[in-house]
Design a protein around this ligand. Structure first.
Ligand SMILES: [Zn+2]
Ligand SMILES: [Zn+2]
Length: 216
């Protein structure tokens, strides 16, 4: 099952141009099986896109991207309308654990030499011991940053996930997560990530993806 795990829509992310209805059309057109909407600090865009997806028969899973002092985190399985900007990581972590959700540092090595360089040894070790996976394919990060993230995932035995971090329609699906199993809902999405039954990929590495109508 092919899932773009990291998309911003214009509903709650002012930095995004993506209309949720078109997102569903493009994602389904290109052969993705589901998308996750992960706005910054807010859930409204994810809620709305999920409703539209249900009407269109296309699965949309809700997530959120939360800015913490240890970097941006993708969170699944924790439902709150909004989060304060720069939520303390420890607070977020305990909420995620309480809800049985998943927490994943996204674009961790973008513009840096990696966790230990940016955060220092102690915080980096704490972070890597606390999270469920690492985003090792992020559409907005350089191949070098993604490779650095991948090395961390391997070294720390964490699953790697991928997402486009799309803010424009043409970016949807440029990175994605390939799940071994079909995912029926958000609870299972969390389970599959935690179990590591997934891998991160670039669109070019997935032969079944089609160029969407819109791009031709
Ligand atoms: Zn981010
Ligand atoms: Zn993002």
């Amino acid at each position: 099952m092919l899932v773009d795990l990291h998309v911003h829509t214009a509903v709650s992310s002012p930095c995004s141009q993506i209309d949720p209805t078109l997102l569903i059309e493009v994602a389904s057109d290109m052969g993705l099986d589901a998308v996750c909407v992960t706005e910054h600090e807010e859930m409204e865009g994810a809620e709305m896109t999920r409703r539209l997806g249900a009407e269109a028969g296309f699965p949309v899973f809700r997530g959120v991207e939360v800015y913490t002092e240890l970097g941006d985190m993708l969170v699944f399985g924790l439902y709150r309308a909004s989060f304060p900007l720069r939520t303390p990581f420890a607070e977020l972590l305990s909420e995620v654990r309480g809800a049985g959700g998943a927490i994943i540092p996204c674009h961790p090595c973008r513009g840096s030499l990696g966790f230990h360089h940016t955060l220092g040894e102690e915080q980096a070790d704490f972070l890597l011991a606390s999270v469920d996976a690492i985003e090792t394919r992020n559409g907005g990060s350089s191949p070098e940053s993604n490779s650095a993230a991948e090395s961390y995932a391997e070294k720390y035995g964490l699953p790697g996930v991928g997402g486009s971090d799309a803010h424009f329609l043409m970016q949807v699906g440029r990175c994605l997560t390939v799940f071994e199993r079909d995912i029926e809902g958000e609870a299972q999405l969390v389970d599959e990530i935690k179990a590591g039954r997934c891998r991160a990929a670039y669109a070019s590495e997935v032969a079944s993806l089609r160029m969407p109508e819109l791009w031709r």
